[in-house]
Design a protein around this ligand. Structure first.
Ligand code: NDP
Ligand code: OXD
Length: 281
C-alpha cells in the first residue's frame, strides 16, 4: 500500500533523525515510544503538534523491578557474596535491617513514585516525606536550596529517575555526591542511575568511587551508548552496569497504548501524557 506523506496523521517514533518528522505536513500528534523525550526535544524542527510520551503500568513495573533489585543488591551485599563464592570463601557478614538504610529518589514522576512506594513497603527510609518532590528539585541554573541539602544529607542510596533537561544535565556530580550521607552500614553512599547518561558527570563518578566519596554505583545509562570498550566503568570493582535495559517497552503493550489514545483523540477526547514543551519532559 502506498501512503503519501500528507495522508499521515500520527507518527510513533523513537529517536527519529532530526528533521524527519517535518516531511509529514498533516500530523495531528507524535507518539514517543518511551517515557524519555530528550532526543525528540533536541530536534528544533519538531512539528507544532502534541508530543505524547509513554506512561504504562507494564514499563513502570519493569523499572521498579530494576530499582528494587539494585537497592537490594547493595543492601544485601551481593557483590561481596559473588566474590566470596568465586573464591570459595564461607564468610557471612553482619546483616542489617532495611530501616537502617535511606533511599532518596530523585525524579518522583511515574517511575520514581512507584519504585519509592515499593521500597517504603520493604522498610527502607525514604527521606523528604510529603515534601520529597520539592526537596529533590535540582537545577543547573538556580542556586541549591536548603531542602535539597537536607534531602542529600539524609540519603544513603541515591536513585536517579530524572528526565534529561537543561536543568538536570550533569546534575549527578561530585558536589552532589559529597553531600550524601556516609553514616550507614553500607560504608559509603551508593548511586543508582537509570534516568539518562547525560544526567551524570562520568569523570566525577569514577573519581568519587576511587576516593570513597561514593561506595558503589549501579549504572544503566551512559553518555555514550553503547558504552565504549575502553571505558573504566566496564571493569571498575565498585560498578554494576547494564546496557540501558532497566525497563524495556513491550511492543504489544505500547501498540495498544498508542491505538487507544488515537481512538480517544479521534472521538474528541484529550490525549494523555502530553509533553510540556517548556519543561522539556
Ligand atoms: P515523569 O515525567 O513521569 O517524571 C519525571 C519526574 O522528574 C517528575 O516528578 C518531575 O517533577 C521530576 N523532575 C523534572 N525535573 C526535575 C528537576 N530539575 N529536579 C527534580 N525533579 C525533577 O517521567 P518518568 O518517571 O516516566 O521517566 C523518568 C525518566 O526515566 C525518563 O525521562 C527517561 O529518561 C528515564 N527512563 C529510562 C529507562 C531505562 O530503561 N533506563 C526506561 C524509561 C525511562 P514534577 O513532578 O515536579 O514535574
Ligand atoms: C525510555 C528509555 O523510554 O530509556 O525513555 O527506554
Amino acid at each position: 500500500m502506498h501512503i503519501e506523506p500528507e495522508d499521515v496523521g500520527y507518527a510513533a517514533v523513537w529517536k527519529p533523525t532530526p528533521g524527519a518528522l517535518s516531511a509529514f505536513p498533516n500530523l495531528k500528534a507524535v507518539f514517543n515510544l518511551g517515557p524519555g523525550v530528550d532526543a525528540l526535544m533536541a530536534d528544533t524542527t519538531l512539528p507544532k503538534v502534541p508530543i505524547v510520551r509513554v506512561a504504562i503500568g507494564d514499563l513502570t513495573g519493569r523499572m521498579t523491578e530494576y530499582v528494587v533489585m539494585h537497592v537490594l543488591m547493595h543492601h544485601r551485599q551481593q557483590p561481596y557474596l559473588n566474590q566470596s563464592q568465586q573464591n570459595k570463601v564461607w564468610a557471612p557478614k553482619h546483616q542489617w535491617a532495611a530501616s537502617e538504610i535511606s533511599v532518596g529518589v530523585m525524579g518522583l514522576g511515574t517511575l520514581g513514585r512507584d519504585a519509592a512506594d515499593v521500597l517504603a513497603r520493604l522498610g527502607f527510609v525514604l527521606p523528604g516525606g510529603a515534601q520529597a518532590r520539592r526537596a529533590c528539585r535540582v537545577s543547573n541554573v538556580s542556586r541549591e536550596h536548603a531542602g535539597l541539602k537536607d534531602f542529600l544529607a539524609r540519603t544513603n542510596i541515591l536513585v536517579c529517575l530524572l528526565p534529561l533537561t537543561p536543568d538536570t544535565r550533569h546534575i549527578l556530580n561530585r558536589s552532589v555526591f559529597s553531600q550524601l550521607n556516609h553514616d550507614s552500614p553500607l560504608g559509603g553512599p551508593v548511586l543508582i542511575n537509570a534516568g539518562r547518561g547525560g544526567l551524570q558527570n562520568e569523570a566525577d563518578i569514577l573519581s568519587c568511587l576511587d576516593d570513597g566519596t561514593l561506595g558503589a554505583a549501579s549504572l544503566d545509562v551512559f553518555e555514550a551508548e553503547p558504552l565504549p570498550t575502553q571505558s573504566r566503568f566496564w571493569s571498575h570493582p565498585k560498578v554494576i552496569l547494564s546496557p540501558h535495559n532497566a525497563a524495556d517497552t513491550d511492543p504489544t503493550e505500547i501498540s495498544a497504548y498508542v491505538a487507544r489514545q488515537i481512538e480517544q483523540f479521534e472521538a474528541g477526547r484529550p490525549l494523555e501524557n502530553v509533553v510540556d514543551l517548556t519543561r522539556g519532559y
